[in-house]
Design a protein around this ligand. Sequence first.
Ligand SMILES: CC(C)(COP(=O)(O)OP(=O)(O)OC[C@H]1O[C@@H](n2cnc3c(N)ncnc32)[C@H](O)[C@@H]1OP(=O)(O)O)[C@@H](O)C(=O)NCCC(=O)NCCSC(=O)C[C@](C)(O)C(=O)O
Ligand SMILES: [Mg+2]
Length: 375
Amino acid sequence: MRSAKDFFKPLAVGAPRPVTEVPARPSRVIHFFDPSNEKMAAKIPSMVGTVDVLLGNLEDAVKADKKVAAREGLVKIAKATDFGENTQLWTRVNALDSPWVLDDLVTLVTEIGDKLDVIMVPKVEGPEDIHYVDRLLAQLEARAGLQRPILVHAILETARGMANVEEICGASPRMQGLSLGPADLAADRRMKTTRVGGGHPGYLVRQDPPAGVDDAVHADRATYQQDLWHYTIARMVDACAMHGILPYYGPFGDIKDVVACEDQFRNAFLLGCVGTWSLHPVQIEIAKRVFSPSAEDVAHARRVVEAMGDGTGAVMLDGKMEDDASLKQCLVIVELAERLSRTDPELAQLYAAVPDGGADVADVAVSSGNEGSAQ
Ligand SMILES: CC(C)(COP(=O)(O)OP(=O)(O)OC[C@H]1O[C@@H](n2cnc3c(N)ncnc32)[C@H](O)[C@@H]1OP(=O)(O)O)[C@@H](O)C(=O)NCCC(=O)NCCSC(=O)C[C@](C)(O)C(=O)O
Ligand SMILES: [Mg+2]
């Protein structure tokens, strides 16, 4: 067991000190590209500034005979590209049991470690996988003379990884976040789906037959498709919140179904995720829209903050009770809007245009206790 005092010491002589907080940079959209695909790679420099994260993918979706080309392609792109202040560079390396991952890590940290913000590790099964990567990265960072640590993001793609999710999140100060890997996870769990994320028409609940109807089989009864990923995402969100790291949805493979993609992203956003992946350019705007709070929600949250004054007690606003806890939810929205405004001028303009929350005195009534809190 590591002592708490040791947790923030570098794991190799000369490696940079671990971070104590995940840097607060927007990561609503993590855009995947295959660096071995020349057409795709050529587009990457012009995408800087249009997405929060550009991720050079080396793992699944890159053909086995293109693994080296993808690694070298990513090095070339990273060296030639200025990613600016607002776009991070991440990579997804090959799985820890694959023949490629050691060279992925050694090459990338040595060659472009100063440009890489986060390394995504697929198929993480437990804290031991993170410990392995943690020490190796420290050695490579020391050798490369890096001044800041590269962070680690784990993908949950196995039942064992899910069962160990809290330990994975707390395994290292390098942990930046978690994403859902719905395709591998479904296979590992023996779920009977064949898709990459999203729902399934067979996973549903059916309305009861109307009262007094004897023939339930032929009665007209509505069905409602359910979210296959609710439990998994909710567990991920709690594990991340507990350890101060960030949860993300993951891939939505039905590129043409932009409506269902938006729904799946929004479910994840509402449950607490901070971002998602885009696999195709068409998903970028969807992700940015969904993971930025709406102008209406920001306006409402500001009104509640204003109405709650010192933040204690309870008030009535538009017929609804607001108190310390609803204020905290509103502060999540307001703080997110403020953070996004600092790097996204369009959002800054949008949020500046909405009312600043001046709660109408007629709308606000002190319903209990602290009179000062309503003013
Ligand atoms: C789906 C594919 C094959 C359709 O690619 P396409 O070329 O057939 O599509 P298109 O509609 O014809 O493309 C239009 C244009 O956009 C370009 N384009 C297309 N995609 C991109 C992109 N990402 N970035 C930049 N440019 C892109 C493409 O090159 C083309 O350019 P053009 O107009 O000049 O001809 C392609 O989009 C693609 O390969 N996307 C990335 C797939 C990927 O990374 N998959 C792995 C992540 S999901 C996963 O691993 C699961 C997980 C977590 O492990 C688990 O659940 O277990
Ligand atoms: Mg996978």
